[in-house]
Design a protein around this ligand. Structure first.
Ligand code: ZN
Length: 179
């Protein structure tokens, strides 16, 4: 693989560039149960998948969180800009996770269409069109490659903001760093 997953088992595993900043704090709160600080303003913007298997252990008011399939922020630009400009955050953590259901959407095409027909009352034609129009925008291909490309895109777009690519394993609910 092009990218490396760096497990964060102890404080010294946290990459130098994240130590003593909100990204490092996120890792410490979530992985090490660091005692919660008290916050009146958000310190970080977190982008993560809508997947129900994930839950972050972080203090109140610590973070803005945008959840979307595959942690895809391409369609949340205004919210990202808002969190930076008005919300004053200077760090973004993008969290990929394993077994993401936004990978290989084509494999779920039939289930998607049948499900909309059966559960939502759609016609088969509308459901098919819906899938064909929107699936390509939401397909992420591979979790890690996608989060790294999103990281690069956001770094270019917001050059003064630190963008940290992280990885969440649903088996043990731990965060790792990606490099
Ligand atoms: Zn996912």
């Amino acid at each position: 693989m092009k990218y490396k997953i760096i497990p964060i088992m102890k404080k010294s595993d946290i990459l130098k560039e994240y130590r003593n900043n909100p990204v490092g704090l996120l890792l410490e709160y979530h992985n090490f149960n660091r005692p919660f600080g008290s916050y009146s303003e958000a310190q970080i913007l977190i982008g993560m998948c809508m997947d129900n298997r994930k839950h972050l252990h972080i203090p109140d008011n610590f973070a803005f969180i945008i959840r979307s399939g595959g942690a895809n922020l391409r369609y949340s630009e205004f919210k990202v800009s808002y969190a930076i400009s008005v919300g004053k955050v200077r760090h973004i953590a993008l969290i990929a996770h394993n077994h993401c259901a936004m990978v290989n959407l084509t494999a779920r095409k039939k289930e998607f269409i049948d499900g909309l027909v059966k559960r939502a009352g759609w016609s088969k034609e509308s459901a098919e069109e819906h899938f064909m129009n929107l699936a390509p925008m939401h397909e992420i291909g591979n979790e890690i490659d996608f989060i790294m490309s999103e990281t690069n895109r956001l770094r270019k777009k917001y050059p003064k903001i630190q963008v940290a690519p992280l990885y969440y394993r649903v088996e043990d609910n731990r965060l790792s760093c990606l490099r």
